[in-house]
Every structure is written in C-alpha cells, then in structure tokens.
Design a protein around this ligand. Structure first.
Ligand SMILES: C[S@@+](CC[C@H](N)C(=O)[O-])C[C@H]1O[C@@H](n2cnc3c(N)ncnc32)[C@H](O)[C@@H]1O
Length: 410
C-alpha cells in the first residue's frame, strides 16, 4: 500500500534506529497514528480492530494469580496470534501496512517495532492499561469529521467500530456479544485444566442468564476437584444460564469415559435463555453428554410431563445443582418446590443437593429463607442433611466476591 504525505524516514533508517533495549517497551496511545497525520481510513480501521480485547478469559480483568493464565505460553504463540487476527478480521497485509505507517508517521516508538507483529497485537491491552488516553483517542475520532477520508463506507465503519469500542469498555452491562473463555485448573496441584467457550449475547432487558456468573466458576472448580465424591447421576441443573457447570460436567464425563445417557445430565433455564444455552453446549461439542430443556420454576408442568413420560416419575435426579439463583423473594419458595418435585430421596442411594450463592448485600432475605425452608419443610427436613457449608472467595465481572457453598445429602 502507498501512503500519501511526507515521508522523511526510509525503512532502512528504521532498521538502523531499532534499539534492543526498547524491544520490551509497551505500546501506548501516543504510538498510534495521530489524527493530525491524516491516517488513511484503512489504517484507522486496523488500529480500531486491534483495540478490541479478544481474550475474555474467566473474569480476567480482576483475577490475580487465577486460572486465567494457565496457558499463557500457549496464548503468546503464533497460533494464538493467527486466531486473534482471524477473529478480528485483520489480514497480515493490513498489519504490515500499519507497521509501515507507524514507522513513517508514528512516534519514536513506531521506529522501534522490532517484532512488530507481536507488538501490534499488544494494542489490545491499551484500553486496560491507559484507560483515559484510550477514551480520549476514541472520542477524538468520533468528534472529527475525518474529511480526508473520501470513502463514506470506510468512514461509517470507523464510526461504528469507535462506538462499539466505547460500549465494550464501559463494563459488562454495556458490552455487545462476545465469547468468554473459561480456563479451570484442577486436580489439586493444577496438573489438569479445562478450556471452555461460552457465548454471551449482549444483555438485554433482565435476561441475566445470558451472562456467566462467578458463582458457577467457583462451583465448577469444586466439581472438577471433587467429581467422584460430589456427583451422582442423573443430574439436574436449575437456572443453568450460559451452561458453564453442565459443560464442565460433560467434559469430566467425556474424559473419564463415563457411560451415561444424555438424559442423565439435564441443563435447564427459562425459554428465552435455552437457545443460547444450547449454542454453548454445541460450541463445546458436548451435545452427546447433556440435554438442554426449558424448565420455568413458575410453570414446571411441561418439564414434569416430559419426566413422567420418559422415567415414569418426576423424582428422578440424584444430584440437583443450583448456582446463583436467589435474587428475588419468590425464588426460595420456587426452588424448594423444584427440589421436592425432582429430587430422588432414597435411603440407600446418596443423593445430593449442591447450592452455590454469592453473598450479595441486600439478598440476605432470599438466602436465609432458602436455608430456613430446607430446615423446616416437613418433607425436606427429614430427608436432606446439610453436610458442608464453606465460605470462599472468587471473582465476577464486577470484582471480588464472597460465595457460600452448601452440600446437602439424602
Ligand atoms: C444469576 S443467573 C445464574 C446463572 C448460572 N447458574 C450461573 O451461575 O452463571 C440466574 C439464572 O436463573 C434463571 N432463572 C431465573 N428465574 C427463573 C425461573 N423462574 N425459572 C427458571 N430459571 C430461572 C435465569 O434465567 C438465570 O439463568
């Protein structure tokens, strides 16, 4: 590609001026093409695409020393870089054009882009590292009429990418759809790990099941470490959301060659959530290990009918899993009904109820009511015993979070 404008440095000079000690320097906003140099539309577009943070791993902005860096070596390798470019639709040629532009018109840093491919890919870290400068840069693009760019379609793309970048960086609630990568290190010393992909559409209305919640990551980790002791099949999950726990269970079944029927692991949620849940099961290629069904706790009849038709009873499940499903006053009562309807109470078989909840301020009533009902309900109090309560910490998109895990056995 040929750039117009003043060219007072040659590529040879660029090579000469490269300096080893600056090889490790991080790229900053001031190293990106300044609007005063009137960068071509395609150069701006490449920069904007690179500014998107591709790698939403666990709840990564917040997690320290977490599982999210399990595969950092792998993440930095060429495959990962190729995947990054592919995801963001940036060709090698476009990356090279940006490199050339920066060496000709950029700051001193632009001259020192040894290893330019890796360095340019680190543009994605700018929004996290230099937040204010990043917002200044994007708003300066939005405020500029970009009158040197004649192609209206390019101009429109620049505006769209800039607006999307702003919402992308205004917290999870404003984010558009993306794929979250979950890495779980387990087997005590962390010798094994799981990689899971979860599609999360933008959050509209109050469909909170379209987001993965920290509670499910903590419980998934526990399940990975205690699979044999904690899980009895068949399993029913209530309010599965994006499906992390069920997908983790499927992977564990797969890795241990567990022979179970698809109906022995059922992930459920509201009708408007199950399409995304099904997509996630497919995305992780575990359709053969689990089933996704609609189960609305307020109108469970169709699910119950399906149970009776297939298993001649609704009291079928030996493990019921509930993660972060207590955030309105009616929920404890609804969940108790679900447990009574679908749990297999059996004196000889060990059935389990696993409940993980964030300790959120303002939801004490819901948590206490569920515990009270489990203790006092005429049927449940004689059949379910609380065998473990653990308080632990983890992360969510909104920061560090305290959680309570409870295990009940029949
Ligand atoms: C905070 S999310 C937790 C999702 C998932 N368990 C997790 O931990 O990531 C609560 C889930 O409960 C589901 N839910 C809420 N009310 C429900 C109802 N009446 N019937 C079935 N699911 C419901 C929501 O759709 C959502 O998926």
């Amino acid at each position: 590609m040929i750039f117009g404008g003043k060219n007072d440095r040659t590529e040879d000079q660029v090579e000469i001026q490269c300096h080893d000690q600056l090889e490790d320097a991080i790229i900053r906003i001031s190293d990106l093409p300044s609007l005063s140099t009137k960068p071509p539309g395609c150069i701006l577009i490449t920069v904007l695409k690179l500014l998107f943070s591709t790698d939403h791993c666990n709840f990564s902005d917040m997690e320290e020393n977490s599982d999210s860096d399990v595969d950092s070596d792998m993440d930095n390798n060429d495959n990962f870089q190729d995947q990054f470019l592919e995801n963001y639709n940036v060709s090698q040629e476009e990356l090279h054009d940006l490199y050339k532009y920066l060496t000709l018109f950029g700051s001193q840093f632009g001259l020192l882009l040894l290893n330019y491919r890796e360095k340019l890919l680190s543009i994605k870290d700018i929004p996290k590292l230099f937040r204010h400068e990043f917002f200044d840069f994007i708003t300066s693009i939005l405020a500029n009429d970009l009158n040197w760019i004649e192609n209206l379609a390019l101009k429109e793309e620049i505006l769209q990418l800039s607006s999307k970048l702003i919402s992308e960086n205004c917290g999870r609630l404003a984010k558009s759809d993306f794929i979250r990568r979950i890495k779980i290190k387990y087997d005590n010393g962390g010798k094994k790990h799981l990689n899971i992909l979860l599609q999360e559409p933008s959050l509209t209305e109050d469909k909170i099941g379209l987001k993965t919640w920290g509670s499910s990551l903590n419980l998934s980790r526990r399940i990975c470490n205690e699979f044999e002791d904690l899980i009895e099949f068949p399993v029913l999950e209530l309010g599965s959301g994006t499906g992390l726990i069920g997908i983790v269970l499927s992977f564990l079944m797969k890795s241990q060659n567990k022979k179970v029927n698809r109906g022995d692991l059922v992930l459920t949620d509201l009708e408007e959530i199950v399409d995304n849940l099904k997509e996630n099961v497919k995305l992780n290629q575990v359709e053969n290990f689990s089933m996704v069904k609609t189960l609305n706790w307020e109108s469970p009849d169709s699910f119950k009918k399906w149970m009776i038709k297939n298993y001649s009873t609704s009291n079928y499940y030996q493990t019921i899993i509930i993660s972060d499903c207590l955030y309105s006053p009616s929920m404890p009562f609804l969940l108790i009904e679900m447990i009574k309807t679908f749990f297999k109470f059996n004196n000889t078989l060990k059935s389990r109820l696993l409940i993980q909840n964030p300790v959120r301020e303002g939801f004490e009533y819901e948590r206490n009511t569920l515990s009270g009902l489990l203790n006092q309900d005429e049927i449940l109090k004689t059949r379910l015993k609380l065998v473990r309560t653990t308080t632990e910490y983890g992360y969510d998109d909104f920061g560090r979070q305290e959680f309570i895990f409870q295990e009940f056995c029949s």
